[in-house]
Design a protein around this ligand. Structure first.
Ligand code: ZN
Length: 321
């Protein structure tokens, strides 16, 4: 009886003990589980944020690469293979200058290269000028303005179609607007650049400043605008031979012919200034004689301006020393 009582008491104690252990275990699990989960989540968050960082870096690289490619593409559209390093320096009204021979085709090797350039077009005379050039199978260069009439655009396209070089001569030709500031110049530049591109598909890389780079109208140093053009990889061309058809007085044919041709034999490169303008009828009348006289000269060719053409500049970059 006593033994049974003892064993009964032992049994209860053991059950209580087991229950206690179970409770302790449950409490432990209840405490450890969240801690363990927290630790797991902590590492998971760390790993994920590393992944995010890596992805961000990768995305940034892609974005940079894309923008670099875009930049390169834009530069390629704007850039053209290098043109002649040599530049002929002449005073504004000037003659002469040292020239070096470009190499290339037979034409490029002629001792005297002549470039007929027509400013301010298209005009009502554009077609006449084009027909005369065609008749002598001669290519010229037209520095055009932004004229939006259907006729002007048709003429612009005709100039391109007949194989002549199209250069920019500003959109508005209004000195105050073109030379007001670098921003004004840049805005006008893109206007004439787009006008030519939109209507002909040509990305012109040739520019003639209204009034030439030696004009005395601009209050801003013309070198600033020349630097802007250089940044666009656009070359500007002044002239070293003037027909004289840009003045107030309408010159007669003989004078225009003489002005345009008498100094050619002294130059390696002659860039002749003429105008394609409604107010200059005698230029059209003189053109056949001008061309004939030039073609009759020895070792002399008439060429359109290209990237191989040695530019003629009236202004030059000052040395920084
Ligand atoms: Zn002009």
């Amino acid at each position: 009886m006593e033994i049974r009582q003892i064993s009964q008491g032992d049994g209860r104690r053991r059950r209580v003990q087991r229950l206690k252990r179970l409770i302790v275990l449950l409490v432990l699990i209840w405490m450890i589980l969240p801690v363990g989960l927290s630790v797991i989540l902590f590492f998971r968050v760390g790993a994920l944020s590393r992944q995010i960082d890596e992805t961000e870096g990768y995305l940034q690289q892609i974005v940079e690469r894309i923008s670099q490619q875009e930049l390169k593409a834009a530069q390629q559209t704007a850039s053209r293979p290098g043109r002649g390093e040599n530049i002929i320096m002449v005073p504004a009204d000037g003659e002469g200058g040292q020239e070096s021979l470009a190499h290339g085709t037979e034409e490029q090797e002629a001792a005297h290269k002549v470039y007929l350039t027509f400013d301010d077009g298209p005009s009502k005379y554009t077609e006449d000028i084009l027909d005369i050039l065609d008749a002598y199978d001669v290519k010229a260069t037209f520095f055009v303005l932004g004229k939006e009439s259907d006729y002007s655009i048709r003429m612009l396209q005709e100039i391109a179609k007949r194989g002549h070089t199209i250069g920019m001569h500003s959109y508005s030709h209004k000195y105050a607007e073109v030379y007001g500031s670098v921003e004004d110049f840049s805005a006008d530049f893109y206007q004439i650049y787009s006008y030519i591109l939109d209507n002909t598909g040509i990305q012109s890389v040739y520019y003639r400043f209204p009034g030439g780079s030696s004009n005395t109208i601009s209050d801003i140093d013309m070198q600033v605008f020349a630097d802007f053009l250089a940044e666009q990889e656009v070359e500007f061309y002044d002239w070293n031979v003037s027909s004289g058809d840009g003045g107030r007085v309408l010159l007669d044919v003989d004078t225009l012919v003489r002005n345009s041709t008498e100094s050619i034999s002294r130059h390696g490169t002659s860039i002749i200034l003429m105008h394609d303008a409604a107010s200059r009828p005698t230029t059209v009348e003189a053109l056949p004689q001008i061309i004939e006289n030039i073609l009759a000269m020895e070792d002399t060719v008439i060429l359109p301006i290209t990237e191989d053409t040695t530019p003629v500049h009236h202004i030059h970059k000052k040395e920084s020393s």
